[in-house]
Design a protein around this ligand. Structure first.
Ligand code: MN
Length: 463
């Protein structure tokens, strides 16, 4: 068998979170329960109506462009993309062609070609008993389209790219980017080739989960290689993805390139953009967070878990804010967050109603040795969920560790007096005799002694 190189380019459409639609003041709520409740003559495409550009939508795309290091257009315009379909009431979609808002950029190691702004189409609903309905709630919803360069060569990179984009859109607050709801839709252009020239590309649409993105790409690479091996030709076409069968299937064959007859929309003004006016409130980006957390001593796994959930991430940021990075306190905080707190999460509001500052106080007590890990684990839900002060709880219940040198020195004196044989064994070189003495010391203090301090004083006193 020859060696084939797969080449993949990704196109993503994301519904932007704005109050109103792209060109009118109908509510932006494409997932409203009832069809056709958020409509007006503009998004229904009635003759004689005039569109007005939604500034918030432009702002969202400029933020994305800034985050990916793309070039923000100083001049941009909207074009009409002409085609006929029931879900497109005007007979054209307002999109951007020659002058997209953003050119270039990079995300998760993947080069980006462009990011532009357009309007979403309506949605056709088909029901056996009730017939078909065209729902215009979604018509005119602001839609961001992002296109990558054909620089991806495997399914994992494509999936990771989509995940990173979702995280970015959520961090920027520009889209909820929920793939199952169609708020983020991924298409993959896939070809394989055994030479320096690209093979025939196949477009796979409607990938509504990361798993489908990866599965469809893997399937398609294999299918195309099989065809070429048999001496068959790959047909340029659009294919869908059957999640259950785990296969792509032909939807329509492209006989010639679509001619959309793009031309600038004469009803809309050209825009010149001053980036500074648009990005005053950029949040901390995922890559900046990764760097910050890595400097705090967190592991890669910990970092990815924390940044993948914005509520957990905000909670962690607030808690870590007061902790000095010395002595590994932030790392300790992350350990407790991941192993003891996240498993307690009962609802999505858990981390918005929990008490980060109290959590930080608890971790400080562990880090200074005032309480042991057993006590910290016992108190964590009262402190973080109920907001009780850990200092109060420890005082009231007498849970603090004894770390006072004076107190522990008298415990050590007692231990030496009680166990002369063991002391001599240690002096003779039996290292683990010391562990026995620490154990006896913990017993003597009913578990209140700070073991590390006890050990240090024992060592000093015996040797
Ligand atoms: Mn598009």
């Amino acid at each position: 068998m020859k060696t084939y190189t797969p080449t993949i380019g990704i196109e993503v459409h994301a519904e932007l979170k704005t109050n109103t639609k792209m060109f009118c003041d109908s509510k932006n709520d494409p997932h409203a329960g009832e069809p056709n409740v958020h409509v007006c003559p503009i998004c229904m495409g009635h003759p004689g109506t005039l569109p007005v550009i939604n500034k918030q939508a432009v702002q969202h795309v400029v933020k994305v462009g800034t985050a990916i290091g793309g070039e923000i257009a100083s001049y941009t315009e909207f074009d009409r993309k002409n085609y006929f379909y029931p879900d497109i009431p005007k007979g054209y979609q307002i999109s951007q062609y020659e002058f997209p808002l953003v050119k270039g950029g990079e995300l998760a190691g993947v080069k980006i070609t462009r990011v532009h702004l357009e309007e979403d189409t309506a949605r056709s609903l088909h029901d056996v008993t009730e017939g078909s309905v065209v729902d215009y709630n979604r018509a005119g919803v602001p839609l961001m389209e992002l296109v990558t360069e054909p620089v991806i060569h495997d399914s994992k990179t494509a999936g990771d790219f989509a995940r990173e984009l979702q995280l970015l859109l959520r961090t920027l607050g520009v889209s909820d980017a929920n793939m199952e709801k169609g708020e983020m839709r991924v298409e993959a252009n896939i070809s394989v080739s055994d030479s320096m020239t690209f093979g025939t590309k196949v477009e796979v649409k409607n990938l509504n989960s990361f798993k489908s993105v990866e599965g469809a790409i893997e399937y398609e690479i294999e299918r195309q290689i099989d065809m070429l091996e048999k001496g068959e030709k790959v047909v340029q076409e659009t294919r869908g993805w059957d999640e259950i069968k785990g296969k792509t299937f032909s939807q329509r064959v492209k006989e010639s390139a679509n001619d959309y007859r793009y031309f600038p929309d004469p009803d809309l003004p050209k825009l010149s953009i001053n980036v500074d006016d648009f990005i005053s409130d950029m949040p901390i980006l995922p890559r900046e967070k990764r760097e910050k957390y890595s400097n705090l001593g967190l592991t890669r796994e910990q970092i990815e878990i924390i940044i993948s959930d914005r509520y957990v991430c905000n909670f962690f940021d607030e808690a870590v804010h007061d902790l000095s990075s010395e002595n590994g306190a932030p790392k300790l905080l992350a350990n407790y967050l991941l192993t003891d707190l996240i498993p307690l999460q009962t609802s999505s509001s858990f981390f918005t109603t929990a008490f980060p500052k109290k959590f930080a106080d608890l971790i400080k007590l562990v880090n200074t040795g005032e309480i042991g890990s057993r006590v910290a684990k016992d108190l964590i839900s009262e402190v973080v969920i109920d907001g009780k002060d850990p200092h109060d709880l420890i005082r009231e219940r007498g849970l603090g560790q004894v770390a006072s040198t004076d107190v522990l020195q008298s415990v050590v004196d007692q231990l030496i007096a009680d166990h002369p044989t063991v002391v001599n064994e240690y002096r003779a070189g039996k290292e683990n005799a010391l562990q026995f003495l620490v154990g006896q010391g913990m017993k003597l203090t009913k578990g209140a002694a700070r073991p590390q301090t006890l050990l240090e004083i024992l060592k000093k006193s015996i040797s």
